[in-house]
Design a protein. Structure first.
Length: 461
C-alpha cells in the first residue's frame, strides 16, 4: 500500500493500493486493444458531451476537490481553490478545441504530374498515451495530461506523483462518472521500475512527462522507436529589472512569483537581476514583503506559504542556502528552517554565481537578487545555464523591453509581470534542458494527434 501523507505534519491522509506488474500489463493491453480496433473510437460529439458533463460535476464538487488537493499537495487552501477553478476551465477548453483538430487542403495541379487530383489532410489520434505527472499541481496537471489525451481521442494511462495520487484518482473517477467508457482513462500507481517498463513499451505512442530533468531525459532515452513525447522540466526563471521599473506593481508580482506554493513551481521567480541604482532598494522591499507572508499549515485559510512536499526537500534547501551564505551571500530575510516541513521565505542578495542557488532550480521559497551595471552582461548570465523556460523583464522603456525579450533565451518572456504567469490556453514549455514539446490545452491536444494525407485522383478534377 502507498501511504499518502500531509506535507505539513506528515500525518496519514489515507492509503492507496499499488498496482502489480500484472495489473499494469492489463491496463496497457486494454488501452492498446481499444485503439487498435477503430470501431471502439469515440466520435467527437461524444467526447465533447462527456467533457461538458465532467466540468459540471467538477463545479458541483469544488470544495471537495480543493480540500483533497490542499491536503495532499501542501499548496495553501486559497491557491488550491484557484487551481481547481483552472482545472474546470481546462476541461471546458479541451471540449471546445476538439472541433479545432482539423487538417487542410493541399494544392494540386501546380505541376503537370499533379493534375486531376485533390488532396487534403486530416488529424487522427496518435494512439495510446502514457502520462507521468508531478506533485505540485495535483489536479490541474492531470487535466493537462489526461483530459487532453481523451479529448484528442486517445486512450490514456496516467501515473500520478506518489505523494499526490488522490486528486488524480478523483478526476479520473469523475471522468468515468461523466461517461468515459472503460479503458479510455486508467490510473496506475506503481513502482518506478514498473513505470519505466510501461513508458518504454512499444505499444505506447505518446509519452507525457512532468518532473525532474534527470528522470525525464532518462526515460526519453529508453522510449521505443516511434514513441513521441513531451517533457516538462524546470528552470531557474530569471528576471531583468531596469532602473525605471515601477516598484508599486513589481514588488507584489515578484513576491507572488517567488513564493507561490513555497517556490515549488517550475517557473518560479528565482534569480532577479537588478540595475545597481535600485538593487538594494528592491532587495529590501522584497525582504519586507517576504517577512509578512504567513507560513504554516496549508489547510488554514490565512496561510500564504505552505510546507515543502517532503522533509528531505527542507534539508536540501537549507544546505543550498547555507552554501550561498558561506560563499558571501547576504541574507536579507529568512535563511532558516521553521520546522521539519517548512522553510522561511528567504531573500538572498548577491549570492555567488557558481553557488547551487544560482545554477540549479531551487524549488523552494528562496529568491536571489543580483546587482548589475550592464544589462547585456545580466542577460548573458541569465542565459548561461542549460535550462531555459520562462523569464521576465520590468521596465517602462518599450525599446528596452523588446530588446530584452529578443535576447533572453526562454520560451516565454513576460514584460512587467512575474515569470510564473500562465493561463491554460497559452503555449507552455521549456527549451534546451528544460524540456521538449509544448503544453497548453490545445497545444497538447494537437501533439497527441497526427496528420494523414489523402490524395484523390479523378479525370473530372
Amino acid at each position: 500500500m502507498l501511504q499518502v501523507l500531509s506535507p505539513y505534519d506528515q500525518s496519514l491522509i489515507t492509503e492507496v493500493k499499488r498496482n502489480s506488474k500484472e495489473e499494469v500489463e492489463q491496463a496497457l493491453t486494454k488501452a492498446y486493444n481499444l485503439f487498435e480496433n477503430r470501431t471502439n473510437w469515440l466520435p467527437a460529439h461524444e467526447r465533447i458531451a462527456i467533457l461538458e458533463r465532467t466540468a459540471e460535476i467538477m463545479k458541483s464538487r469544488i470544495e471537495e476537490l480543493t480540500k483533497t488537493a490542499t491536503q495532499e499537495g501542501g499548496k495553501p487552501l486559497q491557491d488550491s481553490k484557484v487551481e481547481v477553478l483552472r482545472a474546470i476551465n481546462g476541461v471546458k477548453l479541451a471540449a471546445e478545441h476538439i472541433g479545432q483538430l482539423k487538417g487542410e487542403q493541399i494544392p494540386m495541379g501546380l505541376t503537370p504530374a499533379s493534375e486531376n487530383r485533390i488532396a487534403f489532410t486530416t488529424r487522427e489520434p496518435i494512439g495510446v498515451v502514457v502520462s507521468v505527472s508531478a506533485f505540485n499541481h495535483p489536479l490541474n496537471l492531470i487535466v493537462h495530461q489526461v483530459v487532453t489525451a481523451f479529448a484528442a481521442g486517445c486512450p490514456v494511462i496516467v501515473k500520478p506523483a506518489s505523494s499526490t495520487p488522490l486528486s488524480c484518482l478523483a478526476l479520473v473517477g469523475i471522468l468515468k462518472e461523466a461517461g468515459v467508457p472503460d479503458g479510455w482513462c486508467q490510473t496506475i500507481i506503481c513502482s518506478n521500475e514498473l513505470t519505466e517498463a510501461l513508458v518504454t513499451d512499444a505499444r505506447v505512442n505518446y509519452f507525457s512527462f512532468i518532473g525532474s530533468a534527470k528522470v525525464g531525459w532518462y526515460l526519453k532515452s529508453k522510449l521505443s522507436a516511434g514513441t513521441r513525447c513531451a517533457l516538462e522540466h524546470g528552470g531557474v526563471a530569471p528576471v531583468i529589472v531596469e532602473k525605471d521599473a515601477d516598484f508599486q506593481e513589481m514588488i507584489p508580482a515578484l513576491l507572488k512569483g517567488g513564493f507561490y506554493h513555497a517556490g515549488q513551481v517550475c517557473v518560479s521567480v528565482q534569480k532577479i537581476f537588478v540595475h545597481e541604482n535600485i538593487s538594494k532598494t528592491l532587495a529590501e522591499k522584497m525582504s519586507e514583503g517576504a517577512k509578512k507572508l504567513i507560513v504554516g499549515n496549508q489547510m488554514n485559510k490565512d496561510t500564504e506559504v505552505g510546507p515543502l512536499i517532503i522533509p528531505a526537500e527542507v534539508d536540501r534547501v537549507e544546505m543550498w542556502v547555507n552554501e550561498a551564505i558561506v560563499g558571501g551571500a547576504k541574507v536579507l530575510c529568512g535563511g532558516k528552517r521553521i520546522s521539519d516541513t517548512c522553510y522561511e521565505p528567504t531573500v538572498l542578495f548577491n549570492p555567488p554565481l557558481d553557488a547551487k542557488v544560482s545554477t540549479l532550480e531551487i524549488f523552494g521559497p528562496v529568491v536571489c537578487v543580483y546587482s548589475y551595471s550592464d544589462r547585456e552582461e545580466a542577460i548573458k548570465i541569465a542565459n548561461s545555464l542549460d535550462v531555459h523556460f520562462q523569464a521576465s523583464v520590468f521596465t517602462k522603456n518599450l525599446d528596452v523591453a523588446l530588446d530584452t525579450v529578443n535576447k533572453l533565451n526562454a520560451n516565454a518572456v513576460m514584460v512587467n509581470d512575474h515569470t510564473a504567469f500562465r493561463v491554460d490556453w497559452m503555449p507552455f514549455g521549456g527549451r534546451d534542458a528544460s524540456g521538449i514539446g509544448m503544453g497548453g490545452i490545445q497545444y497538447s491536444m494537437h501533439e497527441m494527434t497526427r496528420e494523414k494525407l489523402m490524395v484523390i485522383k479523378s479525370k473530372v478534377l
